[in-house]
Design a protein around this ligand. Structure first.
Ligand code: PLP
Length: 405
């Protein structure tokens, strides 16, 4: 029989967060082994549940959820998103500028499918949340990675970003707060990026899905609030701020210089119509979540569970010889560096596979985030303090052994 091959469109598409090492971890679990998972930013399994009132709203409205909604999303949910945009000072957003999707993920793929032709380039951060690179590639575009500089708190290297712009560049992706680095950009940095977009007529895709997961009293500026002469597409959703990953409730807001973008906007509307609508029970959660008590603030406060776990994981990791890390200001991740002089890693996927086999701890290799040198890995600090202490102790033990061999 002729082998059934995947489409060539998928030839260079990868998403290693759920890649082969995770498959191996699943297999080990099926064999009865207990794996400590520091690999995915999925909050509920670690006791971070969606707020009670949000859950209740979905339950109450389930009987009203059998039909399709408007392709762009339910009126009440979009109205709540519109008010959220106003609270973040994103100007001129009407109901028609808002698209609700099955998580931001669906909208990221849609936004790239609607924009790119073969040969078009998109500036994507390195390290990145790899869905962006994958979505650009799947849409026939070419991701061009701009470096975020670890020595400068993982801020984008503006010279590098500028140097990667070509006549084919269509857009800049900005992930702020950042996954995997935990960086939070200042208004000055955001303005510099906007200036580049302005000069080269690029769209800014602002992924702001962690905009409420902020530590140490930090505040977040929505990029689209800083200018009205650039086209912004802002992504957000309930997954992280409201611990509702499984509801698949995300949104995308088009704002700024919309006049010259009508054709692209029509394309987005066609794509939204083609998939009929996003998950309706999840849409019912949006209004209550955005308008309700913002319990995330309790979790990120100095005594809150997320903040304490960040501090603990940071402390334990940076106590390991040869491990350094920029302390995250936001989000759910640490992206530590392993000194290559001490840890001779050639293939970081192999490295984390060996860590999994030896110590039953699952992390994601830096190359899974399009980080080129094999000297980083990502740690999710969602497990409780005991599990984090146990897991990082095992990582330390593994590294001790790794350094000697
Ligand atoms: N953007 C970033 C930066 C993320 O980290 C994630 C999920 O981890 C997403 C988007 C996707 O979120 P959603 O659950 O809304 O699809």
């Amino acid at each position: 029989m002729k082998p059934i091959l995947k489409s060539t469109k998928l030839a260079n598409v990868c998403y290693d967060i759920r890649g082969p090492v995770m498959e191996r971890a699943k297999q080990m679990e099926e064999e009865g082994q207990r794996i400590i998972k520091l690999n995915i930013g999925n909050l509920a399994p670690f006791g971070f549940e969606a707020p009670e009132e949000v859950q209740q709203d979905v339950i109450l409205n389930l009987p009203n959820s059998s039909g399709y909604s408007d392709s762009k999303g339910m009126f009440a949910a979009r109205k709540a998103i519109m008010h959220y945009c106003q609270s973040k000072k994103i100007m001129g957003v009407g109901l028609d500028d808002i698209y609700i999707g099955n998580g931001a993920s669906e909208l990221i793929v849609m936004a790239m499918q609607g924009l790119l032709n073969t040969g078009d380039e998109v500036l994507v951060p390195a390290p990145d949340y790899p869905l962006w690179t994958a979505a650009v590639t799947l849409a026939g575009g070419t991701p061009r990675h701009y470096i975020c500089d670890e020595a400068n708190e993982w801020n984008p290297d503006m010279d590098d970003m500028r140097s990667k712009i070509t006549p084919n560049t269509r857009a800049i992706v900005v992930i702020n707060p950042n996954n995997p680095t935990g960086a939070l950009y200042s208004d000055e940095i955001l303005q510099q990026i906007i200036q580049l977009a302005r000069e080269h007529q690029l769209i800014v895709f602002a992924d702001e899905i962690y905009d409420k997961v902020l530590y140490d009293g930090a505040t977040h500026t929505s990029m689209a609030s800083l200018a009205d002469d650039v086209l912004f597409v802002t992504m957000n959703g309930l997954s992280k701020n409201y611990r509702a990953c499984g509801y698949r409730a995300g949104w995308m807001v088009v704002s700024g210089q919309k006049k010259h973008a009508q054709d692209y906007i029509n394309g987005l509307t066609i794509l939204a119509s083609m998939r009929l609508c996003s998950n309706v029970p999840g849409q019912f959660a949006i209004q209550t979540a955005l308008g309700g008590y913002q319990s995330i603030n309790d979790l990120v406060a100095p005594n809150g569970r997320l903040c304490k776990q960040r501090d603990l994981a940071y402390k334990l990791l940076t106590e390991i010889p040869g491990v350094t890390c920029v302390k995250p200001k936001a989000a759910l991740y640490l992206f530590p560096r392993l000194d290559p002089e001490i840890y001779p890693i050639e293939n970081d996927q192999q490295f984390i596979l060996e860590l999994l086999e030896a110590e039953k701890v699952l992390v994601v290799q830096g190359s899974g985030f399009n980080w080129k040198s094999p000297d980083h890995f990502r740690v999710v600090f969602l497990p409780n303090a005991d599990d984090l202490t146990d897991a990082i102790g095992r990582i330390a033990r593994f590294l001790e052994h790794y350094r000697k061999t």
